[in-house]
Design a protein around this ligand. Structure first.
Ligand code: MOS
Length: 753
């Protein structure tokens, strides 16, 4: 760690002076008035429009494209195909570090999945480019598509997700199963899901010689800039990415994809600015998705209701040409104590686009199954599901025995259960009805998500008038970074929030790191706080060394920074304003910098996670068997909470995506052709207001100086994780029917009634 990475909470800061306040989002007005501009809102002079032609087959090769017809259409400037696409400096068939994805950018005529880019038509207008694509009338040599378990290629997955091991084993599984009083087991599945951010992937690229300016929604600006530079053989600093707002990311804007690279490429090849925006349908393939899984769980339990063995096996669909496998089974390494745990992953190669990280990758699909399995085991033991989870509470990290940096999960269980009224739950299924005769069920699930802290950098500039500019090149994709990060910066600077101007969303700012893994506030927030601390340290030096300052000689006693003034710690009536300190020192401004990154010793010594407990009530019409979630209560412990209003929104959002996972989302592919039959928001279901019940999110206090000096964990993705299983378990409790395949559908309940 560099000296700028602080290891203790800065002494000059008054806790809660700014962070901890439920400030409304600073970008709210811009967004509701339409003043916030997104990538596709940019129209540089001389702009051309690019539209990609995408394959309609899943496997084979493109035999012909009627390039002449497309080029003859008025307004069409160029048709880019594998035959004339400019060469790239980095071979797109080779994985691009650090995440190691491979992209399709017209490197050959092979078709590997439906909606793969096969050509780009560039024209003076969007209409001409769109018509040009139609005129290409591709002909294919089609091969049988591999679309399922029966015809895909299974293989042991060496690594899953972005670098986690594919197999992990602790203790003697066979002995644990043999010694169990009972073994429960089941097969579970989760469908392919697509991110479906409201804003489609878009790019506006403008080259000037060997430098390029790119407007695009992006969750990982610096990393992407370096990757684009590698593709085009230019220095990383020649790539400027601007990404002030994202209309949702969910992981799909953290990784590289072919279409956006093609937009940048088209601009380079044609020497004019180019805009390329995906259609909704084109987002189902080349920009990642949550891969389908088939999971098997075996749980051994003793007479005392304690696990004796936990076996979680998952097959994850991936593409024929890349390796991302949903790390689903790894969820079983995070939650429950067991003397023997084994998690295993296999990959299944299909003719699909490569899956990638999406909304709690691994933890969501894995805990969706594990939480049902736990419910089944509790049922087999004749135990209340919450009592069963408490009996198997992991005091230390399962398997490794590492202590947790903090874990207020017990408090989450208690507070969530109390708010929900869990104590009144009958053990038996199918016993509750509401006043309308609807079946009522109560279920619960445990929520968990790791809390990473990524490397990030920030800069704080104190100006002569006592206001400050703070900068970090991160991304606000709706989670509220603009607000929470500014609060942290303001607190570290001892300034009111309205005195702090926050700039983000550009790759030429200090590297804000990745807005993903629910780690942006912990990462960029710490860097900003350290940058503010650096400013105050420099300011303190100026003041305490000035014989005419009321702070003269206070160096050893220390100062407190508040409301734009430095105060002596031993006598706070003696103070001096920042503006005055700068003026007396003859300085127009004062710049401080800060970095963050997880302390390696801490990472080695502790397991680090956010935790939570989710309680769900469902109501089911006994004639139609339509499931409605009527109540959701989530209690989460995630370290220090910077903005309770926005954090609550994050939890609500996560829980709503949990409803979506449990009951709605599924991309349905035609078995024969691999074509996705519901590649639009009319038929690919996501929750609307009418699907969202009364929700409560409880913010359970938790202090954790070990995850980082500020003690911030993550709040973005965890809300999805417990909710899915809680709803499935509530459906069982209402009906006595165990549905182990997501999403749970009316027909699953009707046919087994
Ligand atoms: Mo997320 S799936 O870490 O953007």
């Amino acid at each position: 760690m560099s000296p700028e990475t602080q290891t203790t909470f800065p002494r000059h800061v008054r806790h809660g002076s700014n962070s901890g306040q439920p400030v409304s989002r600073r970008d709210g007005r811009l967004k509701v008035t339409g003043a916030a501009t997104y990538a596709a809102d940019n129209h540089p002079e001389g702009l051309l429009h690019a539209v990609i032609a995408t394959s309609t087959i899943a496997r084979g090769r493109v035999r012909s494209l009627d390039v002449e017809a497309a080029k003859a259409h008025p307004g069409v400037v160029e048709v880019i195909t594998p035959a004339n696409r400019m060469p790239l400096h980095h071979d797109p068939n080779e994985k691009m570090p650090p995440f190691g994805f491979r992209v399709e950018v017209l490197q050959d005529d092979t078709v590997r999945y439906v909606n793969q880019p096969i050509a780009v038509v560039v024209a003076e207008t969007l209409e001409a480019a769109t018509e040009g694509v139609r005129l290409l009338a591709p002909r294919y040599e089609e091969e049988d598509a591999r679309t399922g378990l029966d015809n895909g290629l299974r293989h042991e997955a060496q690594s899953v997700g972005v670098g986690a091991p594919g197999t992990v084993s602790f203790g003697d599984l066979d002995a644990g199963l043999k010694g169990a009083a009972r073994v429960t087991e089941g097969d579970y599945s989760t469908p392919p899901q697509y991110h479906n951010a409201m804003e489609p992937h878009a790019v506006v690229a403008e080259w000037d010689g060997d430098t390029v300016t790119i407007d695009m929604p992006n969750q990982a600006l610096r990393m992407s800039a370096a990757s684009y530079a590698a593709y085009f053989g230019i220095p990383a600093e020649n790539v400027l990415i601007r990404s002030p707002f994202l209309g949702g990311g969910f992981g799909s804007k953290a990784i590289l994809n072919g279409p956006q690279i093609l937009g940048i490429l088209a601009a380079r090849q044609l020497g004019r600015p180019v805009k390329l925006v995906l259609t909704r349908a084109q987002m189902y393939g080349p920009v990642g998705h949550r891969g389908r899984t088939w999971q098997k769980l075996r749980l051994g339990t003793g007479d005392d209701g304690k696990l004796t063995a936990l076996h979680h096996h998952s097959i994850g669909a991936t593409s024929s040409f890349d390796d991302f496998v949903e790390p689903a089974a790894n969820a079983s390494l995070m939650l429950y104590e067991s003397p023997a745990i084994r998690v295993e992953h296999e990959g299944l190669r299909l003719d699909i686009g490569t899956p990638g990280p999406m909304r709690a990758p691994g933890e969501a699909s894995g805990s969706a199954s594990l939480e049902i399995a736990m419910d089944e085991a509790a049922e087999a033991c004749g135990m209340d599901p919450l009592a069963f989870r408490l009996a198997n509470y992991a005091e230390t990290q399962p398997g490794t025995g590492k202590p947790f940096s903090s874990k207020a999960l017990r408090e989450c269980y208690e507070q969530g259960a109390a708010a929900f009224g869990w104590a009144g739950r009958p053990l038996e299924a199918g016993t509750m009805r509401d006043e309308n005769g609807f079946l009522v069920g109560w279920g619960m699930g445990t929520a968990v998500f790791p809390c990473p802290q990524f490397p990030a950098e920030a800069r704080a500039t104190l100006r002569a008038d006592g206001t400050a500019l703070v900068e970090t090149g991160g991304a606000d994709m709706g989670q509220g970074a603009w607000t929470a990060l500014a609060q942290l910066a303001a607190e570290s600077l001892g300034l009111d929030l309205d005195k702090v101007e926050f700039h983000s969303g550009r790759s030429d700012l200090p590297d804000g790191g990745v807005a993903g893994g629910s780690g942006h506030t912990a990462s960029a927030g710490q860097a900003l706080s350290n940058a503010g601390g650096d400013v105050i340290a420099r300011l303190t030096e100026l003041a305490t060394g000035d014989p005419d300052s009321p702070l003269f000689g206070a160096g050893n006693i220390g100062v407190v920074a508040a409301e734009g003034r430095l105060h002596r710690r031993d006598d706070e009536t003696r103070s001096q304003s920042y503006a005055d300190i700068l003026a007396r020192a003859g300085q127009k401004e004062l710049v401080g910098t800060g970095k963050s990154g997880r302390d390696p010793a801490s990472a080695e010594a502790f397991a680090m996670h956010s935790h939570g407990a989710v309680f769900a009530e469902v109501k089911i019409d006994p004639n139609l068997m339509q499931v409605r979630v009527s109540r959701l209560v989530g209690a989460f412990a995630a370290g220090r909470i910077i903005n309770p209003k926005l954090v609550r929104s994050q939890y609500y959002g996560g829980m709503i995506w949990g409803i979506s996972f449990a009951l709605q989302e599924e991309a349905v592919a035609d078995r024969r052709t691999g074509r996705i039959m519901n590649a639009d928001l009319a038929e690919y279901h996501v929750p609307v207001n009418a699907d969202v019940p009364r929700m409560e999110a409880i913010l359970v206090p938790e202090e954790d100086p070990r995850v980082s000096p500020l003690g911030i964990k993550g709040v973005g993705e965890i809300g999805v994780t417990g909710t899915v299983g809680a709803i499935a378990n509530a459906v069982w409790h209402a009906t006595g029917i165990r549905v182990r395949n997501y999403p749970i559908r009316i027909e699953d309940l009707l046919r087994r009634r």
